[in-house]
Write a protein that binds this ligand. Structure first.
Ligand SMILES: Cc1cc2nc3c(=O)[nH]c(=O)nc-3n(C[C@H](O)[C@H](O)[C@H](O)COP(=O)(O)OP(=O)(O)OC[C@H]3O[C@@H](n4cnc5c(N)ncnc54)[C@H](O)[C@@H]3O)c2cc1C
Length: 507
């Protein structure tokens, strides 16, 4: 039976819980570290959460009248609870390594005016949630690019400034004429309003022109992250070789200390991360010396399960049986192709348009080596149910040219932008091999290794091949599907791939 509280206790609790009578309730108005402690007590206490909350605040000088006045509830009333929470976290999370407790404390952090380069380092944090300024719906500001401090303090400052400025000026200057050209080329649909048509044409112009944006372009990011992960992210940033990442790590720590102070207190530069990166760079240089990178297809499926259909059927049946997998494998090998196809079909065919496939598909993994322009990488990197290994950005793999630039008469100007960026990159990279990437526009290509499970491939291909997507990652998603279809045609038929071409992403 749900615990009963006295009227006085109810008055104390009410500002912090959505009810005091029922077994399911939400917490509110509590500091994040106190929330984390209250949940942690479930693992150490026979008492209910609400009883423990009362104990946490009981020694405080409670002003019950004030607590009943909703708007007046002050966080100072919780100072004792905050102190107790801190002591608990020091002992259990920091001291004994009961780290998952820190996941119950969540921070919402805004990171503004961060370069696209650093945004990718931040967003390489798979259990956090991000929302970032869109390159499709927001026209970027021509003056807002990151001034890399080491380059700016060197004789290469003018080259860096001029290159970024030229790219952003060209981007801004072409926005109106390219939008107008798209409007002319793509008449309004019968059921489309003028406003919707204008918005679709502007969005397409942004898609076309984003290839020009230098990676130094500043963007804004909203991040929701738990304490455990935030400590890891700050550590990663403080250990990162780029000055900008280091500065963001320092700033994040200072701001987050005001909301979850104990849980990130020990985040600091980590020699293991830094030194391993340096050691592996030099070892890779040494071991791969004299071997120029060969041309490869943009999307190559390089590793996949040989016996995929049998493995999938066995994984499906396993969840509905009491047998060990080896025994099920044995039986599955003796089933006819038709019987196996039926099991797969039964497992997948009832999905509605928004239903993901069930989990057995996660037992099959595929590794793709993908050469992708930075703009598309920026989008694809946001998928979290995947292991991604990006290589460093470089001018070595050239750039993608949107066909519209040539069609609208801007091929030479686009080429000039790319040539200037390539040349500036080459010059700057001699002194600043890591920092030179800031001048490369999003058109430049980089290599990334993706290991996906089959379930996530369903999600990725459906979402990223869809009409609403940018053409550069739509092509990647379509090729991922074609590669999979080449080796596992039966499994590919269940993936919802959109293989059409569209003139506008929005109708
Ligand atoms: C047309 C389009 C426009 C976009 N515009 C923007 C934009 O303007 N700004 C922007 O920032 N992003 C934008 N995105 C990116 C988008 O918001 C996602 O970050 C990205 O597509 C990754 O998708 P996902 O989160 O569904 O997939 P994944 O990260 O691959 O995750 C797979 C699935 O796992 C589940 N999942 C993963 N993590 C969580 C979690 N933390 N909580 C709950 N469920 C989770 C979800 O079901 C998810 O679909 C856009 C994407 C598209 C397709």
């Amino acid at each position: 039976m749900t615990e009963q509280f006295t009227p006085d206790e109810n008055a104390v609790l009410r500002p912090y819980v959505t009810n005091t009578e029922r077994p399911v309730f939400a917490l509110r108005n509590l500091p994040e570290e106190v929330v984390a402690v209250l949940f942690a007590y479930y693992s150490r206490s026979r008492d209910s959460l609400r009883r423990n909350l009362l104990k946490l605040i009981q020694d405080n000088d409670l002003d019950l009248e004030r607590r009943l006045a909703w708007a007046d509830v002050g966080q100072d009333d919780l100072s004792l609870a905050k102190r107790k929470a801190k002591d608990f976290h020091e002992k259990w999370v920091v001291g004994y390594g009961h780290a998952s407790v820190a996941e119950h404390a969540v921070a919402h952090l805004a990171v503004e005016d961060v370069s696209i380069v650093a945004s990718k380092v931040l967003e390489d944090t798979r259990l956090a949630s991000f929302t970032e300024k869109s390159t499709r719906y927001v026209v970027f500001d021509r003056d807002k690019f990151y001034r890399e401090p080491r380059i700016i303090a060197s004789p290469l400052a003018a080259l860096y400034e001029d290159t970024c400025r030229f790219l952003l000026d060209t981007y801004a200057r072409l926005m109106e004429p390219v939008t107008a050209a798209i409007r002319t080329e793509t008449p309004r649909g019968e059921r489309q309003t003028d406003r919707a048509h204008d918005a679709a044409c502007r969005a397409k112009a942004c898609d076309v022109l984003r290839y020009l944006l230098p990676a130094s372009t500043l963007t804004n990011i909203g991040m929701t992250i738990n304490g455990r992960l935030l400590e890891h992210l700050i550590t990663k940033l403080l250990s990162h070789p780029l000055t900008e990442c280091h500065r963001i790590g320092t700033a994040l720590k200072a701001e987050a200390e005001q909301v979850i102070p104990t849980l990130i207190k020990y985040a600091a530069a980590n020699a293991y991360l830094r030194e391993t990166g340096e050691a592996m760079e030099s070892l890779a240089r040494e071991r791969l010396a004299g071997m120029a990178p060969v041309e490869a297809r943009a999307v190559s499926l390089v590793r996949y399960p040989e016996d995929a259909e049998n493995a999938l059927v066995a994984a499906i049946l396993y969840g509905y049986s009491a047998h060990p997998l080896t025994q099920i494998d044995e039986r599955v090998r003796r089933l006819s192709g038709e019987e196996k196809a039926r099991i797969i079909d039964e497992y997948l065919r009832r999905r509605g348009p928004h239903d993901p496939p069930l989990r057995a598909l996660e037992h099959l993994t595929y590794t793709f080596d993908i050469l992708v322009d930075f703009g598309a990488f920026r989008d694809i990197q946001r998928h979290r149910m995947v292991t991604q290994t990006p290589q460093a950005s470089t001018a070595l793999h050239g750039y993608s040219s949107p066909p519209e630039m040539a069609r609208y008469g801007y091929a030479d100007l686009f080429g000039e932008c790319m040539d200037r960026a390539t040349s500036a990159y080459g010059t700057i990279a001699r002194d600043f091999p890591r920092e030179a990437q800031y001048v490369l526009p999003l058109a430049f290509r980089k290599r990334v290794l993706f290991t996906w499970n089959l379930r996530e491939i369903h999600h990725f291909v459906q979402l990223r091949s869809g009409r609403q997507g940018h053409v550069s990652y739509r092509e990647i998603a379509q090729q991922v599907w074609r590669e999979l279809e080449r080796v596992h045609p039966l499994l590919a038929t269940y993936i919802r791939a959109d293989l059409n071409d569209y003139s506008l992403a929005r109708s």
